[in-house]
Design a protein around this ligand. Structure first.
Ligand SMILES: Cc1cc2nc3c(=O)[nH]c(=O)nc-3n(C[C@H](O)[C@H](O)[C@H](O)COP(=O)(O)OP(=O)(O)OC[C@H]3O[C@@H](n4cnc5c(N)ncnc54)[C@H](O)[C@@H]3O)c2cc1C
Length: 352
């Protein structure tokens, strides 16, 4: 955590903006809020299983579609740079998960796992979503080392090492259908492995997949092992009806069995969509509680990209800034403290 003490519930002034999360949405919101002199406080989370501070991009290798980086850079490096930019402009960071928020009273209360609760005039929820994995050890290992296992075809499918290979997609919903069709642009064959005998996806999407000349479906099957040391070489399948096992060679595995938005700590205080994503005003980031904004994958079950998350993070910070101005709170103690510190150091510098 940085030098100054966050606005705890023990008497210090409330924070202007508390940002919860640490992916592209959170850091972009922090950059904008910090540059507006709001001294944002970010709770960036802590490592829990495959969830890491820095978000989903910590699980991937090269990012080729984030504008401004013609040379590929790794997901962790991109997140490190975003965080450094936010901190450079005055963002304070607490490396803890938020376990609870209390939105029934103003200022709001944000309760982290270990340190004291913090009060805040506005909150930006940017806690993202977690891609669901099959849960196999080699799947997780190869997903984090660039070994040909991914949970995002649009993100990774165009990588050279997937070209003209046989690729497997696991899943049966609309996302799996979209990922399958996308991968047909690069693969020699796309094999969809589905544990049932029909798709859950919409009829139109399912039909497009079933009629595609490059697609084959293996029904009633599940992946029970991912084979390969440095790079995937195959998968082991189990027939869900007969229990028979088989292996076949593949050049990539795309897991498309859904995402879980990270909203549990909200405890139902914000309205959500039918799929559990935080509901916002269309075209905005305002949630159903005035003064609480949400950005990134936690509001988005459609685009799910770093750049769209960064975009809504920017929107949330601008909306929070305007909310504070509208309520005459721009000059809260956190901002005043920053101004005083800057004045004091300017005096110290000019005195030497
Ligand atoms: C394997 C993979 C590869 C991808 N590759 C690309 C790509 O190449 N290009 C691209 O544009 N997109 C890619 N994506 C998608 C991209 O990662 C997401 O769209 C983006 O990261 C979403 O950003 P976000 O800010 O909403 O949150 P996330 O990245 O989901 O991060 C949110 C983070 O907030 C923290 N958090 C959660 N709950 C709490 C809490 N209660 N308190 C405090 N902190 C909390 C956690 O650390 C969490 O991980 C990929 C995704 C995956 C899974």
């Amino acid at each position: 955590m940085s030098a100054s003490t966050p606005g705890s519930s023990a008497g210090t002034a409330p924070e202007n903006v508390v940002i919860i999360g640490s992916g592209p949405a959170a850091w972009t919101a922090a950059i904008y809020a910090a540059r507006a002199n709001l001294r944002p406080l970010v709770f960036e989370g802590e490592p829990v299983g495959t969830e890491l501070p820095g978000g989903q991009l910590m699980l991937t290798t090269d990012i080729e579609n984030f504008p401004g980086f013609p040379e590929p850079l790794s997901g962790p490096e991109l997140m490190e740079r975003m965080k450094a930019q936010a901190v450079h402009h005055g963002t304070r960071v607490v490396s803890e998960l938020v376990k609870e928020v209390r939105l029934g009273e103003r200022p709001f209360t944000v309760v982290p796992n270990y340190s004291e609760a913090v009060q805040a005039h506005t909150i930006i929820v940017a806690t993202g979503a977690a891609a669901k994995w099959i849960g196999l050890p080699n799947e997780q290992r190869l997903a984090t080392t660039g070994g040909g296992v991914s949970a995002c075809a649009v993100c990774d499918g165009a990588m050279p090492f997937y070209r003209n290979k046989r690729l497997v997609v696991v899943g049966g919903g609309d996302t799996a259908m979209e990922e399958t069709l996308y991968l047909t642009k690069f693969a020699s064959e796309v094999v969809v492995v589905h544990r049932r005998d029909s798709f859950r996806a919409s009829k139109v999407m399912a039909q497009r997949v079933l009629s595609h000349p490059k697609v084959r479906v293996i029904w009633n099957s599940r992946v029970t092992d991912v084979l390969g040391d440095d790079f995937i070489t195959g998968v082991r399948l189990e027939d869900t009806v007969t229990g028979a096992t088989s292996e076949f060679e593949v050049g990539g595995l795309f897991v498309a069995i859904g995402h879980t938005p990270n909203t549990r700590f909200l405890n139902g205080q914000l309205s959500t969509t039918e799929h559990g994503y935080v509901q916002v005003t269309p075209g905005r980031t305002a949630t159903t509680v005035d003064g609480v904004f949400a950005a990134g994958d936690v509001i988005d079950d459609y685009y799910r990209q770093a750049i769209t998350s960064a975009g809504t993070g920017c929107m949330a910070a601008l909306e929070a800034e305007r909310w504070l101005a509208h309520h005459g709170i721009e000059d809260s103690a956190a901002t005043t403290e920053a101004t005083n510190t800057e004045t004091a150091s300017a005096v110290a510098v000019s005195a030497t």
